[in-house]
Ligand binder design. Sequence first.
Ligand code: TXA
Ligand code: MG
Length: 325
Amino acid sequence: MEPQQTERLAADEAGIARAAALLRAGALVAFPTETVYGLGADARSGPAVAGIFEAKGRPQFNPLIVHVPDLAAAERIGVFGPEARALADAFWPGPVTLVVPLRPEAGLSALVTAGLGTVGLRVPQGQVAQDLLRAFRGAVAAPSANPSGRVSPTMAEHVREGLDGRIAAIVDGGPCAVGLESTIVGVAPAPVLLRPGGVAEGRIARVLGAPLAHDPGDGPGVTAPGQLASHYAPAKPLRLNAAAPAPDEAWLGFGPSLSLSPSPGDGHGGLNLSETGDLREAAANLFAHLRTLDRRPARAIAVAPVPDVGLGVAINDRLRRAAAP
Ligand code: TXA
Ligand code: MG
């Protein structure tokens, strides 16, 4: 990725307006929430969201939390049953993330949800986060604003140390009040604690009137969040590092090669992750293309080799998981 000059923005009207404009332009902006600093991108833009994984150097695509200013905005993206609504009423704005069924028409990049049918939504309490979300007037995907494998930042200075030159801007809103990530609760089909965090489990159980199930194999509390058991996987077999598709395979290309010589797999409506071999574009297209090809009549999906550098590492990780029986 190209090094860039990271702007340091004050959390005043001008700084917030600049940050919102950068988000609208598809750039990455770090901003404070009451929990930790988040690395934000327009949740509807695949390339912007891919940029998050690139900037963090994250070798896996795990689903990201989507930040909105209020419950009304959240309900345009996810479906809220009685339990989710009760939790939202009790804890929003605040450090609780609710994983609810996704409305496909919400238009989020499939990379935000890692291709899943659910979405993690959060209404932050921090004033700067609220101001930014309202100025941007859209949903912001944001993991913690640290390089992969490092601790979450609770001050603008921490963000600068980790991501300077890799992101467009940092909004400096001082230290985060909570200093610990949000508690993540999955609500469908039954409430389950996916990650302990800023709101104690007991308070959540009291609102629900029942203890929460735990899901140790499926939450980010376990070592590798990318190994979420609920990760989307295509139903069709995948054949990786293929030179060309067999007649009964649909083709998932990367780079220009096959578009020059149409092949049998293209007859199954082949797709290309990126004609120009751009890894950010490929990451942005990955889940949506897998889903589309999965619906085609072909027996299997053949996938062109993707270089194992930069975002290609996460792309290949995801492809290997999707190919595993
Ligand atoms: O406090 C926080 O929550 C911070 C600040 C910036 O808001 N954000 C944060 O985001 O920690 P992030 O992207 O690092 O959290 C992602 C975790 C994933 O590892 C995953 O476990 C869970 O949220 N998650 C998100 N969407 C999910 C989904 N659809 N299904 C299951 N888990 C999901
Ligand atoms: Mg994190």
